[in-house]
Design a protein around this ligand. Structure first.
Ligand code: G4P
Length: 301
């Protein structure tokens, strides 16, 4: 499974993010709470330098609450200010302003000492495609904010959303890239539906997902599809296809059709609130542990 990012896109995106970051005091990165590690950009810390970083675990309504808490603690240990939010439903969004202010407290104090008073903080939303950046900006900024633009010192054409006296938000989010060299990360991004479907093997996705569910959320597939679960994802897919009457001519199970509705159900949260990876035990082994998911990866692991 390959991402559709090309070297040209990458270097342009990097340059743009680096330029825009110069304009802001704080970076607010959105990740998908179902795969916080896999949907996190590998380079943003480097680009952000010493700027405070806020991490929003978005789509928390679809993720397993207990694991979201673990991820929150995990990233807090790494120096992020972390909040779980549901940008679509709105829960948690109101608390983001306070968290941004908290993250910028030291900067504020430094400004005060230098006699800088009343300048609003500037923030920028960043994240890989489809994590909910636009949805969040709409929900966070609401309708009662004003757009400001072309201020001195601001790159021409940039628009800022003024939330209140204290905070301005760059109106276009920064689009980051995932850890696309890691195929396991690619698999998980595909599970949540954020990779162009045309390039995916839907059956492989469903088989690996069913194996993951068997290990991590026993009972979820059985409750939804009324089949006896098993550790072999291929077998589980066949059982579900038969149970749901997905059959081709001659009674052969139509595995592609079954795989399609399983993936749709998973992405829509119909299999329950599930998180599709586990918190690594420490930063050092994040590369290994964060991507370790038990299950059948069809030889890709
Ligand atoms: P992006 O700017 O980062 O690319 O993401 P965008 O806001 O376009 O959101 C991508 C999809 O994720 C949208 O669904 C959006 O509704 C959904 N979404 C965003 N935040 C949340 C959240 O907190 N919880 C849930 N459950 N979904 C969220 P879509 O199907 O593409 O569009 P729509 O049919 O919902 O309009």
């Amino acid at each position: 499974m390959q991402y559709q990012w090309y070297p040209g896109h990458m270097s342009k995106a990097k340059r743009q993010i680096q330029d825009e970051l110069k304009l802001v005091d704080v970076v607010v990165e959105l990740v998908d709470a179902r795969i916080p590690y896999s949907s996190k950009n590998p380079d943003i810390d480097k680009f952000a330098g010493n700027k405070p970083r806020v991490l929003l675990l978005n789509k928390a309504d679809l993720a397993d609450e207990a694991r979201t808490k673990e991820y929150k603690a995990h990233y807090e240990k790494q120096g992020y200010y972390v909040l779980a939010v549901n940008s679509k439903g709105g829960s948690g969004v109101k608390s983001v302003l306070g968290v941004i202010q908290e993250a910028c407290k030291e900067k504020r104090e430094r400004d005060l000492k230098r006699g800088i008073i009343g300048r609003p903080l500037r923030a920028m939303i960043v994240g890989i495609p489809n994590v909910g950046k636009s949805t969040f900006i709409n929900s966070f900024a609401g309708k009662n904010c004003t757009l400001t633009g072309n201020k001195p010192g601001v790159t021409k054409g940039k628009q800022w959303i003024r939330l209140n006296k204290e905070l301005e938000l760059l109106d276009t989010p920064g689009i980051l890239w995932p850890k696309f060299e890691d195929q396991k990360v690619g698999l998980r991004i595909a599970w949540i539906g954020s990779i162009n479907e045309d390039i995916l093997d839907i059956r492989e996705l469903a088989v690996t997902l069913l194996s993951y569910l068997y290990e991590n959320y026993p009972g979820a597939a059985a409750a939804k599809y009324g089949v006896q679960e098993c550790g072999d994802g291929n077998e589980a897919l066949e059982r579900i296809a038969k149970k749901r009457g997905c059959l081709q001519k001659g009674g052969i199970p139509d595995l592609d059709r079954a795989a399609r509705f399983i993936m749709d159900d998973c992405r829509a949260g119909k299999l329950g609130r599930i998180t599709l990876e586990r918190v690594p035990e420490s930063k050092e082994n994040e590369e290994d542990e964060g991507t370790k998911v038990t299950g059948d990866y069809g030889g890709k692991d």
